[in-house]
Design a binder for this molecule. Structure first.
Ligand code: HEM
Length: 297
């Protein structure tokens, strides 16, 4: 098995093995210090959890490694796909970029003031840019398969018997022209009720109902809150600390006419479906903000 495992997978497995070993050593070392002084990350709670019927640890070391593998993949490639998409579109949409920076600069004095809390979550344009970035590139683009249980399932007028594998692809939902009208356009305003601008409560409710980057129900993302917190913090702090622009001449991530069907739109950030969206780009230049502010030309 070792011989046919691709090198990248082998390196990843070694990385997980190593990280889990080091983290377990720390967990054991800290067993005798007050609980509040211990490192209380996700792994801590996995190590600490007990099987209620036996009172013994809920996970073996192998199971902890399996959990770590899931958490590392589920928690990193997804969030970076979202960030890549948000920045890819923002550096190509100067009006949206300026509006977002204005909101952030009105709300926070410096990047260091940005902490997770109400002040950040109430930045409506920031949240709208994040939703729009995740809509245009859902980090999990294909349909997650679900098996219909005993009794079957009725969807609209169709019946799906027990055992049928069903699913809907966030990629198709996100680009549904009947729901979004202009699905290929990065337009954060579509997420904000503004009757004067013609965006009604019902319109926002309709697109929200259609939008499930983390899925819903029992099989949905276990890390939704931490993912959103990470993305809000990274986008806000980055834009307060740096002025950004697309690297002049860079086309990385763009569609192009000579590419295949579905990859030709220059205005669309291209990703490959590998269950998680695999991306290239964006290429972005950063300039540290100074006061009084200098802007990139
Ligand atoms: C933008 C970021 C993220 C998105 C869009 C996302 C999306 C998803 C989706 C669609 C699923 C369901 C996959 C399936 O059923 O096949 C899922 C599952 C999961 N996610 Fe996330 N995720 C994100 C970030 C994170 C983070 C940061 C963590 C943890 C640190 C995380 C942990 C998990 C776990 C543990 C599962 C499996 C849940 C289960 O099977 O019960 N995710 N995620």
């Amino acid at each position: 098995m070792e011989l046919i495992t691709p090198r990248a997978v082998r390196l990843f497995n070694e990385f997980v093995f190593d990280s889990v070993m080091k983290r377990l050593e720390l967990y054991k070392k800290q067993e005798h210090i007050p609980e509040n002084d211990r490192r209380q990350d996700m792994f801590y709670f996995l190590c600490k959890s007990q099987n209620p019927s036996t009172g013994r640890p809920a996970y073996t070391e192998d199971e902890l490694r399996a959990e770590a593998t899931l958490l590392i993949i589920a928690g990193s490639d997804t969030t970076t796909a979202s960030l890549a998409s948000i920045f890819w579109y923002l550096v190509r949409a100067p009006r949206c970029y300026r509006k977002l920076v204005d909101e952030l600069q009105k709300t926070f004095k410096t990047a260091e003031d940005v902490i997770y809390g109400q002040k950040l979550t109430l930045c409506t344009y920031l949240r709208a840019c994040i939703d729009e970035g995740m809509r245009l590139v859902p980090p999990g683009p294909c349909e997650p398969p679900r098996e219909v249980l005993a009794g079957g399932l009725n969807v609209l007028n169709d019946h799906y018997p027990k055992g049928t594998i069903v699913g809907t692809a966030p990629w198709c939902d996100s680009l549904n022209v009947d729901v979004y009208g202009d699905p290929g356009v990065f337009r954060p305003e579509r997420w904000i009720v503004d009757e004067v601008a013609g965006v009604t409560k019902d319109m926002v409710a309709e697109i929200r109902t259609n939008f499930h980057p983390f899925l819903t129900g029992p099989g949905s993302c276990a890390g939704k809150n931490i993912a959103l917190a990470e993305i809000l913090l990274v986008v806000a702090r980055t834009l307060l600390r740096f002025d950004l622009r697309k690297t002049p001449g860079s086309t990385l991530g763009e569609g192009s006419p000579e590419l295949g069907w579905g990859e030709r739109d220059k205005e669309q950030f291209q990703v490959v479906d590998a269950y998680i969206s695999v991306k290239q780009g964006p290429e972005v230049q950063f300039r540290k903000r100074s006061f009084p502010e200098t802007k990139l030309d």
